[in-house]
Ligand binder design. Structure first.
Ligand SMILES: Cc1cc2nc3c(=O)[nH]c(=O)nc-3n(C[C@H](O)[C@H](O)[C@H](O)COP(=O)(O)OP(=O)(O)OC[C@H]3O[C@@H](n4cnc5c(N)ncnc54)[C@H](O)[C@@H]3O)c2cc1C
Length: 446
């Protein structure tokens, strides 16, 4: 297959539309929602909020009219079926914004949960839970990590069958959007005696099920702690206790014991989508760096004339370009094989690791270049900075991904049984001499 970095003109039109829509509609909406009040400094009353909601619905309709609602979905689920490469190209535009994914019906954790139900759900589950997610009528959360452990082998939240129901007991935390979700997909241990990969199952749990208790709504660094005690607010990552929560047997998602394997669909796809949006975040940070370097003077010289600033900009550009190409390559591999093979898992682990590093490096440099302004809460850099360490923790930590990546890579190698390694030059020269003695001998023999 030839390598081609262009897209078809019709798709380029869609990218251009998203870019314009992002600049003209989404970024202003983000900015308004950062400090929602009127120009006269008044807080918004109920009617004003209704106006904002109606405006958001109108923007969503424009996205639908453009055929871009749920653009991550295949045609069987009502999406355009663009595939991962095109998804990357659109996601890198939306990555510059906060509200973009919501306006395009592709916000986490709903996207991953849609994929999960699409791959593992019964027809009834698709109708009852997936379709309202697709249309944006309902929202969901994914409840896997436990307060005492992020590692599947350590999970203890359990589900025990009792007649036509499963009874869930245990605690989960960092369930993003858990407090505001209509339903949760919960990973629970169903056969503790079995091998790790057959030990857990997933359940769809309605949020209002008796026994589902939100202990706190945990927020990220920088949010006042008092917000954690507002257990009815949106956003945040819920700390949840499942206390004899009874779930109908029909809400088992996938087969009993398939939880850990089934969840890979969700986690692998999610990691690629996060990497795609990280490209957008870092592009915005680089744009800000370049503008600042050309605007600000120190000792009568523009910052852009200073070699260390030039070095920071060059390093950022190169790092971002390499990362973007790696993300696109990974997306291309997924489109080609339509599955998460070992080859692809290597690339996904790599871009997941790099996303955290590139975010960290570029956003840090951008903050520095902006001096005190960079440290203030008056630029988007503070919000971006939060995404850097976050990226290295959510969906599996950098260290775990590095360890898994290396294990996958090493499967293609064998150790050397000789005293010296294969690439030991004296040994290679000796082997080459054998070959070339023959070449010379054959030549001289005529
Ligand atoms: C913003 C955000 C959103 C999240 N959303 C969700 C969500 O919606 N649903 C959900 O279920 N979870 C969610 N999580 C939780 C996330 O999946 C876990 O935080 C992650 O899997 C790591 O688990 P942990 O926090 O228990 O860290 P730990 O596993 O305790 O890791 C602590 C440290 O130990 C190191 N470590 C652990 N194991 C190894 C190893 N094998 N080799 C080397 N080092 C190791 C780690 O790298 C890390 O430095 C979210 C997290 C964040 C930050």
């Amino acid at each position: 297959m030839p390598i081609d970095f262009d897209v078809e003109p019709e798709f380029q039109t869609q990218i251009d539309w998203v870019e314009k829509f992002t600049k003209e509609e989404i970024e202003p909406l983000d900015n308004f929602l950062r400090a929602p009040k009127t120009k006269q400094g008044e807080s918004l009353d109920k009617d004003s909020w209704n106006a904002i909601r109606a405006h958001i619905d109108n923007l969503k309709q424009q996205v639908k009219d453009q055929g871009l609602w749920g653009f991550h979905l295949g045609p069987e689920l009502g999406g355009p079926g663009y595939g991962q490469v095109k998804l990357c190209l659109l996601n890198e535009k939306l990555g510059r914004t906060r509200m973009g994914p919501t306006l395009f019906g592709c916000q986490a954790p709903d996207t991953g949960n849609m994929e999960l139900i699409a791959h593992n759900g019964t027809e009834e589950q698709k109708k009852k839970y997936m379709e309202p997610l697709l249309s944006g009528e309902k929202h969901s959360a994914y409840s896997m990590t436990e307060p005492h452990a992020g590692e599947p082998g350590e999970f203890i939240c359990s589900a025990v069958r009792d007649g036509d129901e499963w009874v869930l007991n245990g605690e989960k935390w960092f369930t993003s959007n858990g407090a505001a979700a209509d339903f949760l997909i919960v990973m629970a241990i169903t056969s503790p005696e079995k091998e790790l990969l057959e030990r857990a199952s997933m359940f769809i749990v309605d949020r209002d099920t008796p026994g589902v208790e939100i202990i706190r709504n945990v927020h990220s660094l920088g949010t006042p702690l008092k917000e954690n005690y507002n257990v009815t607010s949106g956003g945040g990552h819920a700390y949840i206790r499942y206390n004899n929560a009874r779930v109908p047997a029909a809400n088992l998602l996938g087969n009993e014991g398939s939880g850990f394997v089934g969840s890979q669909t969700r986690l692998s796809g999610g990691r690629v989508h996060h990497a795609m949006r990280a490209v957008g975040v870092c592009t915005k940070a680089l744009d800000m760096m370049c503008e600042r370097a050309l605007s600000r003077k120190a000792k009568g010289t523009l910052l852009s004339e200073l070699q260390m600033v030039q070095q920071d900009i060059a390093d950022s550009y190169i790092q971002l370009k390499q990362f973007r190409l790696h993300v696109l390559y990974t997306a291309w591999l997924i489109d080609k094989t339509k599955s998460y093979t070992r080859e692809i898992r290597k690339e996904i682990a790599s871009i997941k690791i790099t996303a955290a590093k590139v975010n960290h490096d570029i956003i840090y440099r951008a903050i520095h270049l902006h001096g005190a302004l960079g440290m203030s809460n008056e630029t988007p850099l503070g919000e971006m900075w939060m995404s850097a360490p976050q990226m290295g923790i959510m969906d599996g930590t950098t260290e775990v991904h590095k360890s898994n990546l290396t294990k996958l890579l090493l499967r293609d190698y064998d150790g050397c049984t000789d005293l010296f390694p294969t690439y030991h030059l004296p040994k290679l020269i000796e082997q080459a001499q054998d070959k070339f003695d023959k070449v010379i001998g054959d030549y001289l023999a005529g």
